[in-house]
Design a protein around this ligand. Structure first.
Ligand SMILES: [Zn+2]
Length: 444
């Protein structure tokens, strides 16, 4: 994490400059996060997967709050909830703010929902103040980011951005229901996800999200500006050795597939420990035949390599592939390397991020910048417009877990920063050549 101090905070905790309205708004956001958490598939836990009654209930609640904030609401073809500031040409380009409303099973109450609710507060301040904006504001609650039901990624933002792959409609969930039928049951229009409609430009996208990691907490900072969302390579590596009796096959003659895999696991850990801005994880290992008295004949590992720097990630993947092959050669074990996912890093827009930094300084907070190791809807939105993200510190870096927690003061800081950004800086934001003319936005 690179820390950059742009202003001395007025007090040690950096919150003395926050307007009182931000604290009121933050208290409302936290109450609403609790209320949204009550919209769940499994009482007592947070579980809100795409297309479920729990997600519909959460959308209905939030649609009401959007209307209270003066926004005009609608649902799109996949079921995203959109609240738009009123007035003027309804087809005028919009600047979007938001996050997702679905959750993983047994998730937390702030992952996603916090970003939607903070956006509503900030946009409400604009509509209430009657401030003149050069364009409309839209708050989007994406219907599916986690992909917990259909094992997809970013369904909601893909549909919103006009990047939806209709082949996904045939995907089925664990009960055999298709995505197309789930979409229809959810009030969506799967047929319109196939049809190409006239594109509506999106000028830019700002997402507030809990950090889901411990960096801000370690820095003692309530907020951080995301530099880039890490690129990610996932590989499946198979090791083919020879099974044998644990009591009779001599050590020198063994072709132990698991021992070769173990070398690969440690190579990945070592390389990531030695390389700045690199994370490497082996999260799963399968061994055959998997008996205590049999030399492992086959092993298979998953490898997850991430970095905000694509060159660093690609070098690491090449090097780890070499380490797997070397381990296999030393042990006379065959190695099968299969890349199952390969996504580049997503850069945040310098202009929007600079505006966020100026707003952090304006409300008396230090400016910290950090990469995101987790994926977000901003990855998809970056295909059609400039994007920026603001991270909110979360307790212990815990996320995708019931213990997820944020501090009211940090949420107030986020409301104050986004409000200042909309009020003071968005007018000077110049989307540039590509922003605002992005192709392919499908507006059902
Ligand atoms: Zn999230």
């Amino acid at each position: 994490v690179e820390a950059e101090q742009t202003a001395d905070p007025p007090v040690a905790d950096g919150r003395a400059g926050l307007p009182p309205a931000a604290a009121t708004a933050a208290a409302r956001v936290l109450r609403r996060c609790d209320e949204v958490a009550g919209c769940t598939e499994s009482p007592g836990r947070v579980c809100r997967r795409y297309g479920t009654a729990a997600l519909t209930a959460a959308m209905d609640l939030i649609a009401g709050w959007m209307r209270d904030a003066g926004l005009e609401t609608r649902r799109d073809a996949i079921g995203n909830l959109i609240g738009r500031s009123p007035g003027g040409n309804p087809d005028a380009p919009a600047f979007a703010l938001g996050s997702h409303l679905d959750s993983v099973p047994d998730g937390g109450r702030y992952d996603g929902a916090l970003g939607v609710l903070v956006a509503i507060e900030a946009v409400a301040g604009m509509t209430a103040g009657g401030a003149a904006l050069p364009f409309r504001l839209e708050v989007v609650a994406f219907a599916d980011e986690e992909g917990a039901r259909f094992h997809t990624t970013y369904l909601g933002s893909r549909a919103y951005a006009g990047r939806f792959d209709p082949a996904l409609l045939d995907r089925t969930d664990a009960d055999g229901a298709s995505l197309a039928s789930a979409c229809a049951d959810f009030g969506g229009h799967p047929d319109r996800l196939v049809a190409s409609c006239s594109p509506l430009p999106v000028l830019g996208y700002l997402e507030v999200h809990i950090e889901q990691g411990p960096a801000l907490e370690a820095l003692g900072a309530p907020l951080g500006i995301v530099t880039a969302i890490a690129g990610q390579t996932r590989a499946a590596v198979g090791f083919r050795g020879e099974a044998g009796h644990a009591g009779t096959v001599a050590m020198a003659l063994r072709r132990d597939a698991l021992a070769a895999a173990a070398e690969a696991v440690l190579s990945a850990e070592r390389l990531a420990q030695e390389t700045p801005a690199l994370l490497a994880t082996v999260g799963r290992i399968d061994v055959l035949p998997g008996a205590s008295n049999v030399v492992p004949g086959a092993a298979r590992i998953t490898l997850d390599v991430r970095s905000p720097n694509d060159a660093v990630r690609k070098d690491a993947v090449r090097s780890l592939r070499g380490a797997c092959v070397d381990a296999g050669e030393r042990r006379n074990v065959g190695v099968d390397w299969e890349v199952v996912q390969d996504d580049p890093a997503t850069a945040m827009d310098a202009g929007l991020s600079g505006g966020l930094a100026a707003s952090l300084a304006a409300v008396g907070l230090p400016v910290h910048r950090l990469p995101s190791g987790a994926g977000h809807d901003a990855v998809v939105m970056a295909e059609i417009c400039p994007v920026a993200m603001l991270f909110v510190r979360c307790a212990g870096g815990i996320s995708h877990h019931p213990d997820e927690a944020v501090a009211a003061g940090d949420v107030a800081a986020a409301v104050a920063v986004v409000s200042d950004f909309l009020r003071s800086r968005i007018g000077s934001f110049n989307p540039g050549v590509d922003g605002g003319n992005a192709p392919g936005r499908v507006e059902p």
